[in-house]
Ligand binder design. Sequence first.
Ligand SMILES: NC(=O)c1ccc[n+]([C@@H]2O[C@H](COP(=O)([O-])OP(=O)(O)OC[C@H]3O[C@@H](n4cnc5c(N)ncnc54)[C@H](O)[C@@H]3O)[C@@H](O)[C@H]2O)c1
Length: 309
Amino acid sequence: MKKIAVIGSGVMGSNIALSFAINGYSVTLNDVKEEFLVKAKSRIEENLSLLVEENDVCEGKKKAALENITCAIDLKKAVIEADFIVEAIPEVIELKWALYSKLSEMIRPETIVASNTSTYPLSRLTEKSSFPEQMVITHFFNPAHLVPLVEIVQHARTKSEVIDETMELIRDIGKSPILLKREVTGFIANRLQTALMREAFYLVKEGVASARDIDTAITAGPGFRWAFTGPIEIADFGGLDTWQRVFDNIAPELDNSKEAPALIREFAEGGKLGVKTGEGIYSYTGEAVSQKLNQQSRDFIQLRKIKRL
Ligand SMILES: NC(=O)c1ccc[n+]([C@@H]2O[C@H](COP(=O)([O-])OP(=O)(O)OC[C@H]3O[C@@H](n4cnc5c(N)ncnc54)[C@H](O)[C@@H]3O)[C@@H](O)[C@H]2O)c1
């Protein structure tokens, strides 16, 4: 499998294209406007330059990766020769269905179509697709060229060879795929993350500590370990008898609300949306945000090296 098409060149699509291109795959990147593709190509180039600065790739590999990416505004041209298509258009079901309807006229029976959806179950996506057995979800995490995890989600009608080929391809681009055996809302990583964030916002609301200290409790504590040891293995290492007591003592005290934390709702309704408006739980100035994102990317590149990925 050599030819990849990525549809949607935004935050996720551009870096998914980069992930394939840097590993030698020929990628066609598609979007609805030429200017979006130009922007995506310059984002990809910037990200490659950072990888060069951090000695993760050499100039030659950067050049080859850029040469592996072709932009095509014409959908048919973008997908006609593709063996594997990643759909990374906005999370609007009608848009996704409309795209699948167009694709049905353009793809071959052996082409795999993978959605990068973060919320829709595959059975919902395929409700209006004429090729459900060729579809799968490949859920990359932002920034897609640096975070190793890709969640692979199937449904009852996905062909087993589609799953096998997808797992192999995702491994081949240096990622760490995990396979969900059945459909579940939010997949796995976002369920775990949301459970933790519910408790973090509860602790802020209860005035137990400052937001900064609660964040540090994770980044300097469990989060420091989690890059290498997952929560289930941590239970084994700590001793299951100990963890039984921890759960019995702490679980009854945990927040168990069924909706977004009041603090998030209050801020969102007041137009304080975080980085994008300059004000959220913390305050941000434009310069500080770009510096932080740049430093975060450099840290992720180094962490990947430590994890030997
Ligand atoms: N942003 C994240 O952190 C994140 C993480 C994981 C998954 N996702 C999922 O990935 C998908 C894409 O999200 P994003 O954040 O990259 O969105 P985005 O808005 O940054 O990019 C979407 C791109 O798709 C283009 N587009 C829209 N309709 C199109 C069409 N019919 N054909 C071709 N291109 C089209 C848009 O012009 C835009 O450039 C969504 O399903 C989202 O839920 C996002």
